[in-house]
Design a protein around this ligand. Sequence first.
Ligand SMILES: [Zn+2]
Ligand SMILES: [Zn+2]
Length: 648
Amino acid sequence: MIGITLPDGSVKQVELGATPMDVAKSISEGFARNVISASFNNTTVEVSTPLTEDGSLVLYTWKQDEGKKAFWHSSAHVLAQALEELYPGIKLTIGPAIDNGFYYDVDFGSQPISEKDLQTIEKKMIDISRGKFEFSLRESSKADALDYYKKQGNEYKVELIENLEDGTITFCDHATFTDLCRGGHIPNTGIIKAVKLLSIAGAYWRGDENNIQLTRIYGISFPKQKELTEYLALLEEAKKRDHRKLGKELELFTFSRRVGQGLPLWLPKGAALRERLENFLKKAQKKAGYETVMTPHIGQKELYVTSGHYEKYGEDSFRPIKTPHEGEEFLLKPMNCPHHCEIYNSKPWSYRDLPKRYAEFGTVYRYEQSGELHGLTRVRGFTQDDAHIFCTPDQLNQEFKDVIDLVLYVFGSLGFEDFHTQVSLRDPEKPEKYIGSLENWEKAENAIINAATEKELEFDIVYGEAAFYGPKLDFMVKDALGRTWQLGTIQVDYNLPERFELTYKGSDNKLHRPIMIHRAPFGSMERFIAILLEHTGGNFPLWLMPEQVSILTLSEKYEKYAKKVLNLLENHEIRALVDDRNETIGRKIRDAEMNKTPYMVIVGEQEEKDGTISVRKHSEGTMGSMSIEAFADYINKEIKKTIKEFNV
Ligand SMILES: [Zn+2]
Ligand SMILES: [Zn+2]
């Protein structure tokens, strides 16, 4: 007998050679039916692998990420089999599971394939799945493995195997199909009930553009048809909410080839929206004791050599700008921090002056390859809602907690309610990736963990995700479509104060190094607005809407009354506009709906006579007639529901 420890800590005694599936069945038959993959002593195993020693076993179902990974990994095998059967002579390369589904990179040789062939391949995959073929893992010597693929003339697999160590090589067999594979499968193909091949793309072998271009087929699969239907509906919704599409429809921003790729141009409505977001944060920051500073868009190369940014971004970024006569070299600012350090350095400080909190909506520039650019989420110039706090070690904990409060206030006011946090620490295996002393890193890491714990945040600790100059706390927000975005980050930094020789005079009359906190609740204005657009589908919180009310005239006779209504609403600081085009009221309502204007006010003969208005709410319909005053009060109450005052 061997002792198998389960995740709840209980130990099950089972026969030597029992499989993970046997263990699942001994828990309950019902549970076993849902088990699709397993790990033993933290290593992925097949559910059919005999267990030969004591150890800890985790059994996964579709509900867990590990279960999904096995499911999609196995689906990639089925895709490969379908392709081999439909396109004899193709060369398979790699086919991993990804966050949402799987892909396979294939060399089709001269055989043509296009999107219209995907349905046939899907059908073939489902046919194979119905056969309920078991996946089984088989060890192979390196020589045999090489021989197998050399005979097929598959130079890709040969190259992969050449980089593997003898004794670690395994194949996976199912039905008549064999593939080089490390393992981690579902029990059999029969569990795959629904398949959708999503797209075809080009992909260079090993991601290197000097290599041959292969064909990548993306797909996703599910254990139930209903889940696929729901997923496709979600994809459809995501397309509708694509910020690039909405940004155009709502006239928020644009791009111009002439201005340059990755450099967004904010249109009046978008600029007004962004300004409102900035003012919202500035107001809260003022209360929290921040001071506004401003710095230029370029800085001497030496500045970034001092800060370490040149080492990090220099070679792989925009080229330096040289002056014609003085031989000076400037770089586009990749980060605001070095500039703020020099502001701190502009005068001597005593411990009584700290903390200093410098805030700037600072625009920075980072080179991204043109292929990597994406709407507002990947750009070459963007504005951070940046601030740097310089404080004493005694103040670090409180300052960090205050920043957490500010970030939570921002999320609350913008309707991001579902989030978790991640403490990103250095990778202890790769100390060369980070600058600064080990002792300072440990202090900073503990400071973050303590503040997050005291603020009762739910957090995961992730090693290897820290910035090169310090550890950080990241806020991961779930949007309305269930996608996770990293928004808002707070970082502790002992390194820049060292590099810039920042000091303050302590109560002991000696000079000490302050600690620096970097923080940006929005992250970047561009990316934040993109995420907010996709989260809300353009239905921003009322306080942020470009136009809160659209006043629609029934005919030109009521223009004067409409202007009066506009004037009164504006007196209540409500943003409204009059639609007095020579169009039908039906058309005007439709356009206001399209524009996502939260409220429509209709004015005609009756309204003018009674001094009232008829109100409609976006996507909900009529709210009846009311006085202008009552409507203005109602709007202002609604606004106060979503945006509260920030109290320190
Ligand atoms: Zn496999
Ligand atoms: Zn910074």
